[in-house]
Design a protein around this ligand. Structure first.
Ligand SMILES: [Zn+2]
Length: 311
């Protein structure tokens, strides 16, 4: 535990030396790589794992993000990229799928990812324009590509094992979406979380369920990872899972107090600036507090039966 703390402290110190980790390849373990995406371009983090015969990639990213990371993968291995995994259906994790498929990869995801796509990507599935069409208006990289849903699906878990290396894809419950799955390396004790866990003010609650999410983070903690690689922000240790879970618990607790106090939607909304200040005073969760708490606060409030905030 002590060595872990020292490792984390060193990591944090290294990161504060100018965010130099963004868009650089980090070797997490032999044959296991992490690439922190540039959030200013909307990019998610990526990971990749080199098996005996192929490379397994974590996250398709946006098309522009895929183009950043593909040549870097080639610098680490010349084996074919055979699988690209979507941790969930959001554009910054899945809209690059077509590029990976064109490069020879099969797109893998939990069945919940496809179910979420059927709801969000109505344009692809024969209905009115959906999220992809909305994203394409603002992103040339999306407009120049096309949506490619995953084709290799699993209900709860799917394992890759070549006798030397083992990677377990695990759906542990509803979290950031209904479809989030984790990538667990039991030998190396490395956990890639997608956006079920982030490191920084990057949480989007709109497609999630915070009460279920807290339980899913608990299930992830039970794997006892030593390194946790989030969907956005720098990598860390198991404290990432604990801190994000703690943030949600404290956020819920404060909204609950406002509900129990009989506050109106407008009053709850008005109280959120003070809630944010209060949450920022808790050292291990301060980094999770976004610039505006309105969207997160409203979602948590609505999960407790509250109504939409007035505009
Ligand atoms: Zn997401």
């Amino acid at each position: 535990m002590k060595s872990l703390r020292i490792w984390c402290a060193a990591l944090v110190a290294g990161l504060s030396a100018a965010g130099a980790q963004i868009d650089t390849v980090q070797t997490v373990a032999p044959g296991v790589y992490f690439h922190q995406g540039d959030i200013r371009r909307g990019h998610s983090n990526n990971g990749w794992i080199v098996f005996e015969d192929f490379v397994f990639v974590i996250e398709a990213n946006f098309p522009s993000g895929a183009k950043v990371v593909m040549p870097k993968i080639r610098e680490t291995s010349d084996k074919p990229i055979r699988f690209t995994f979507n941790t969930h259906h959001h554009g910054d994790h899945a809209y690059g799928n077509q590029l990976w498929a064109d490069a020879g990869a099969t797109i893998v995801a939990s069945n919940g990812v496809l179910e979420e796509m059927k709801t969000a990507e109505t344009g692809f599935f024969g209905g009115a324009p959906g999220r992809w069409e909305g994203a394409a208006k603002g992103r040339p990289d999306v407009a120049q590509s096309k949506l490619k849903p995953p084709t290799l699906l699993f209900p709860r878990e799917l394992f890759f094992d070549d006798g030397k290396r083992r990677v377990e894809l695990r759906w542990l419950g509803v979290a950031h979406t209904k479809g989030d799955a984790f990538v667990w390396l039991p030998q190396e004790k490395i956990l890639f979380t997608g956006d079920a866990c982030v490191n920084g003010p990057h949480n989007f609650l709109g497609d999630g369920d915070v009460t279920e999410w807290i339980k899913t983070l608990e299930a992830a903690k039970q794997l006892r990872p030593e390194k946790v690689i989030p969907g956005h922000g720098p990598l860390g240790g198991p404290e990432l899972l604990a801190d994000q879970q703690h943030y949600f618990i404290e956020l819920q607790r404060r909204i609950r107090a406002l509900v129990d106090g009989g506050r109106s939607p407008a009053e709850v909304k008005a109280a959120l600036a003070d809630v944010a200040t209060d949450l920022k005073s808790i050292s291990n969760i301060a980094r999770y507090v976004p610039a505006s708490l309105v969207a997160q606060g409203e979602k948590v409030y609505r999960e407790m039966g509250g109504e939409l905030f007035p505009k």
